[in-house]
Design a binder for this molecule. Structure first.
Ligand code: GCW
Length: 687
């Protein structure tokens, strides 16, 4: 009786999002019957292989046990060998780093998961449980899958004091203060969530790195984490500060060609590998936004990267970021990375990867693909995405980012393949959106971006709509109408944000510092490229950044095929129009409308999309558990209010420049431009 009460209580537990997409909500009806047939009452899960299992195989069995029990409402599953009608794990019991491809196939009454490493079996188990959650009939399961790229990583911008740069989900999940003795259970849950997607690398600290994180006391902390994550196939990486030999090493230089500096890094790398034999390597942000780097000594990015690569040798990888810009280059910030890196093509050591943001500026709601993709055929390039939504409304606006990444990954570079094809030999990195919030990501819908990143890094050809659907089913509901509604909301959510924030190829219009809310009027910050005015170039006549030959000529960094298509304001994809062209407000567009009218339409489209999302979500009241339904409702209310703020403040400012009236059907801004400019936000989440 007491037990009965406890169980009833547990199942009525409010959903707080902690379980992410790994809830394994019980199946019902036919789907439940089918899976009950799979391992029926009193049935067991079998495993071929020796009794002494690797920790990875243990994790695989545990996951299978928990997953099947929850899906089938059967909490009594146990592990035993040799029985019929069970899931068989057919993998060697040893860690195989390389080959993690798996197959999951019905085999008579059984399901067999095969692979040539234990990690393959763990991945196969997650794939099987995903399929079952999606109500696929077990006898029809027939999957063979392998990752498209070797590195599928998260980059944490977490600082050692627990603050997360551009983090909107609470404090850091890493408890450096108490490590190595105390290992938070969250570290295991985190690894498990990553493994369920095939994520296999984690950079644990901010690229704006502190040198003391290379000290021996930190290496002991990394060892504890790496040991905990190893069973889940996750290798640990650390961001390093290039000046560390000076900062903590007692040297008076960090010149990459100085033998003492080289010896210091060599010894440092050895120290890491002595503690963590499968340590992944170093990530470096150098000569960017005030970070030290090889250019401080007149050396190049490749000199710096290769020095670290030599220290690491064939034990790991140096990942060198291409996100650079400096005050000296005033012509066009969008051109700088290409200018600094492309001439170095072929000069990076084999174990160096250059990590390139999806677009040439900085994770804006929409950017064209970065012209470096395809332009460095002799260098391994990795794709950097930002999962945390620094420029898309933090965790309070809902924006599903898979369509944005898909747009870039699928884009032809004009240089022998798509962006995705250019990064296949290296991989993808995503700036994580995790934090100490109970729901991990600051909002329920932001979990979908972590999920989508992992799924795309495994297979960049997965359509974003499929990702949205499978995430929705695992996270929220199996009710068909509700699924369709949620997927529809997700699929238009990013385009809505683009509409009310940065329509028609505009970018970087956000307020200074915290990067929240509109401030297109900011023009007087000391460095030109800090100012929204630098990006929109709006005046009485027109708006947009001329990046054609008559302007900064950034267009010439793209292959001719692409550049030719984008060169003409009338034929360019309108979504990139003002990124590449300065267009008169009154210019007649191919649509028959003036640019001004097109722009106003986009703002209104963005706002009404958010209203539609909020309405649809309200309709889902019965399909979603109350706690999560309410949380999303509240976020959408914030987004509705702030979408109007973006639209109104932007329109008020553009009007102050162009003096044009609003067409009759267009609602005037709610407040005066001065009122928008006068707003201050001491309470805004930190930078
Ligand atoms: O987007 C900008 C952010 C910085 C960040 C930088 C980078 C970690 O505003 O906070 O620094 O990019 O990518 O290095």
């Amino acid at each position: 009786m007491i037990l009965g009460c406890l169980l009833a209580d547990a199942s009525a537990k409010a959903e707080d999002g902690y379980d992410l997409w790994l809830r394994y909500a019980p199946l019902e009806g036919e789907a439940l019957d089918r899976i009950a047939g799979l391992h029926g009452p009193g049935a067991v899960i079998s495993s071929d292989g020796p009794a002494e299992a690797s920790a990875t195989m243990e994790a695989a069995r545990r996951e299978l046990g928990v997953g099947l029990a929850r899906l089938s409402r059967n909490s009594t599953s146990r592990l035993r060998s040799g029985a019929k009608g069970y899931v068989k794990l057919d993998c060697p019991e040893s860690r195989g780093d390389g080959d993690v491809g798996y197959s999951v196939r019905a085999d008579g009454a059984d399901i067999r998961i095969r692979g040539s490493s234990d990690l393959a079996c763990l991945y196969g188990v997650f794939a099987l449980l995903r399929e079952l959650s999606l109500e696929v009939d077990p006898v029809r399961i027939d999957i063979a899958s392998e990752p498209a790229m070797p590195l599928r990583m998260l980059n944490h911008w977490d600082n050692p004091d627990g603050h997360v740069e551009r983090g909107y989900a609470g404090r850091s999940i890493f408890d450096w203060w108490h490590l190595p003795e105390r290992l938070d259970q969250r570290m295991i849950d985190y690894a498990r969530a990553n493994a369920s997607l095939g994520i296999n690398g984690v950079v644990v600290n901010n690229v704006n790195a502190r040198a003391f994180m290379l000290e021996p006391r930190y290496i002991a902390k990394y060892k504890r984490l790496a040991d905990a994550w190893r069973p889940y196939g996750i290798r640990l990486y650390v961001s390093v500060r290039f000046s560390a030999p000076k900062d903590i090493g007692g040297l008076d230089s960090a010149d990459p060609l100085d033998p003492e500096v080289r010896a210091w890094w060599q010894a440092k790398a050895d120290e890491f590998y002595a503690a963590v034999p499968d340590f992944g390597g170093f990530l470096v942000k150098a000569n960017s936004e005030g970070q030290p780097g090889p250019q401080d000594y007149g050396r190049s990015h490749s000199d710096g990267a290769n020095m670290l690569a030599e220290a690491i040798g064939n034990r790991g990888t140096v990942i060198w970021r291409a996100f650079v810009y400096s005050a000296e280059d005033e012509t066009d910030r969008a051109k700088q990375a290409y200018g600094e890196f492309v001439p170095l093509d072929g000069q990076f050591a084999d174990n160096v990867i250059v990590q390139v943001k999806n677009g040439p500026i900085d994770f804006q709601p929409r950017e064209p693909f970065h012209p470096m993709f395809g332009a460095m055929p002799n260098t391994k390039l990795m794709f950097e995405a930002q999962i945390t939504k620094e420029y898309l409304g933090f965790a309070s606006h809902s924006a599903f980012l898979a369509p944005m990444w898909e747009e870039v990954l699928d884009h032809g570079t004009g240089r022998g393949g798509t962006v995705a094809e250019m990064v296949l030999p290296a991989g993808m990195a995503g700036v994580a959106n995790t934090g100490s919030d109970r729901n991990w990501s600051g909002s329920h819908f932001d979990q979908a971006n972590w999920y989508a990143f992992g799924r795309l890094a495994w297979d960049p050809e997965l359509p974003s709509e499929q990702i949205a659907r499978e995430w929705t089913v695992q996270t929220f509901t199996r009710e068909p109408e509700a699924i369709e509604k949620i997927v529809r909301m997700m699929m238009r959510s990013r385009e809505a944000v683009v509409g009310y924030m940065t329509p028609l190829g505009l970018a970087h219009l956000m307020d200074t510092g915290h990067h929240y809310g509109p401030a297109p009027w900011v023009c007087d910050l000391p460095r030109p490229e800090w100012n929204p005015c630098y990006y929109h170039r709006a005046d009485a006549e027109g708006i947009g950044f001329d990046r054609t030959a008559s302007g900064s000529d950034a267009l010439s960094q793209y292959a001719d095929r692409i550049a030719n298509r984008w060169d003409d304001p009338d034929t360019i994809d309108p979504r990139f129009l003002l990124w590449f062209h300065h267009v008169p407000w009154t210019a007649e567009r191919p649509s028959g409308l003036s640019l001004w009218e097109e722009l106003l339409n986009e703002y209104d489209r963005g706002v009404s999309e958010v209203d539609a999302m909020a309405r649809e979500w309200t309709d889902l009241f019965d399909a979603i558990d109350p706690q999560r339904h309410r949380a999303v409702t509240e976020s959408l209310a914030i987004q509705q209010r702030e979408a109007r703020w973006w639209r109104d403040a932007s329109i008020a400012y553009w009007q102050s420049l162009n003096g044009l009236p609003l067409p009759e059907n267009v609602r005037p801004p709610a407040e005066s431009l001065d009122a928008y400019i006068g707003r201050t936000f001491p309470e805004a989440p930190g930078q």
